[in-house]
Design a protein around this ligand. Structure first.
Ligand SMILES: Cc1ncc(COP(=O)(O)O)c(C=O)c1O
Length: 396
């Protein structure tokens, strides 16, 4: 399957240019079909019965865990389905036990979803230390060495910035965490959909990401965690489907991912996410990365050539992937986004990008315009986008 063929699976692209995949990606026909097949053909609850439909649904739901596990080099039992990356991160933040004086280290570039859950812990006496990048969003690894000490319970960092597209040096941070005996949580919301991510290679303890940003249905997200940490984390919800035994005064939690998936899960969404993983594998993650890198090179180069356009983040293509934030001088980013839509049916994100601390650090009160790429974008779309930005920059 080549990238031109891919577009036939996204009929929504017939009359729009979608440059907002970092918010949520589009959903290809095979994923929609898998969701419909569940509802039309074997609509039943999972892990709860023996009738035929229940068995088919349970098997497909389990298969989805295996497919996602294989995709990131994990074990099936370690994949926990959640409704989004936010829920996955909160499950870790709220599920660990802390002593007053324990420390959590995070960074200034985090999405609010990997910032607020940690900031909230201050109320319980946890110290939160924040590592800052340079103005291009690049970290100095020794800053982590300084911040992480023997009191640090956990380090929470994003793999790729949703504002700047910059890549965080996870392996180096992981080596420091290992040396200091600290847990490491990686927010993979912007990396897992775009580059090969292998959890063992990354060297983290938790990886959180969104299914809906990688061609899966909305309402899907993933928490991966090492199985030997299951007992350290309190499940986010107690009830049906997550126990092995219950007596009048106690309960025994299930041993697998079920213990963190209390209640009826998003079965259709999970099956759809499994299909999305099949789709990405069929195209090949290395090819997707290459395709996006090529488009990003032109996008960056083109934006930098336009007078009155200011681009944020490192310009070194080795340090970033397919997300770019910019502003047109004198134009509010929300207005710029509206004008891109009105002029050329181009969809981009605008505003603070759920990263108010980073916006303050960059001195950007109104935020930025953000264009983000995925496998279905084309060179022609990038050119149309650049022409439209140039036309807007000329008239304001
Ligand atoms: C880096 C990052 N982390 C976390 C999230 C939150 O993801 P979700 O909306 O799936 O909860 C996002 C969403 O944009 C993100 O970009």
């Amino acid at each position: 399957m080549n990238f031109a063929e891919v577009r036939a699976d996204f009929p929504i692209l017939n009359d729009i240019i979608y440059l907002d995949s970092a918010s949520t990606s589009l959903t290809p026909e095979p994923v929609l079909k898998a969701v419909l097949e569940y509802y039309r053909g074997y609509n039943a609850n999972v892990g709860r019965g023996v009738h035929r439909l229940s068995q088919i649904a349970s098997q497909r739901y389990k298969d989805a865990h295996r497919k996602v596990a294989d995709f990131i080099g994990a074990k099936e039992e370690e994949i926990i389905f959640m409704k989004n990356a936010t829920e996955a991160i909160n499950t870790v933040a709220n599920g660990l036990k802390y002593k007053p004086g324990d420390k959590v280290v995070t960074t200034l570039i985090e999405h609010h979803s990997n910032f607020l859950p940690w900031l909230r812990l201050k109320r319980f006496g946890v110290i939160v230390d924040i590592v800052k990048p340079n103005k291009d969003g690049i970290f100095d690894v020794p800053d982590f060495e300084d911040a992480i000490d023997h009191k640090t319970r956990l380090v929470a960092v994003t793999h790729v910035s949703n504002v700047l597209g910059t890549i965080t040096p996870i392996e180096e941070i992981s080596a420091i965490c290992k040396k200091k005996g600290t847990l490491l949580l990686v927010d993979g919301a912007q990396s897992v959909p775009h580059i090969n991510v292998d959890v063992r290679g990354l060297g983290c303890h938790f990886l959180c990401f969104s299914g809906h940003k990688m061609l899966g249905p909305t309402g899907t997200g993933v928490l991966w965690m090492k199985e030997d940490l299951f007992d350290e984390l309190e499940p986010p919800a107690f009830g049906g489907g997550m126990i092995n035994d219950v007596s009048l005064d106690d309960y025994k939690l299930a041993t697998g991912y079920e213990r963190f998936e209390g209640g009826t899960p998003n079965i259709a969404g999970a099956i759809g996410l499994g299909k999305a993983v099949d789709y990405l594998n069929k195209i090949d993650m290395n090819k997707i990365k290459e395709h996006e890198a090529k488009l990003m090179e032109r996008l960056l180069e083109g934006l930098l050539e336009i007078d009155r356009v200011e681009v944020y983040g490192s310009l070194n293509l080795k340090e970033r992937i397919g997300v770019v934030s910019f502003n047109i001088k004198g134009l509010n980013p929300q207005n710029a986004a509206l004008m891109l839509d009105e002029a050329s049916n181009i969809m981009v994100r605008s505003g603070h990008q759920c990263c108010i601390p980073l916006m303050k650090h960059l001195g950007l009160k109104e935020g930025t315009v953000r264009a983000s790429l995925y496998l279905y974008n084309t060179e022609g779309e990038v050119e149309r986008f650049l022409e439209t930005v140039e036309a807007i920059a000329t008239v304001v």
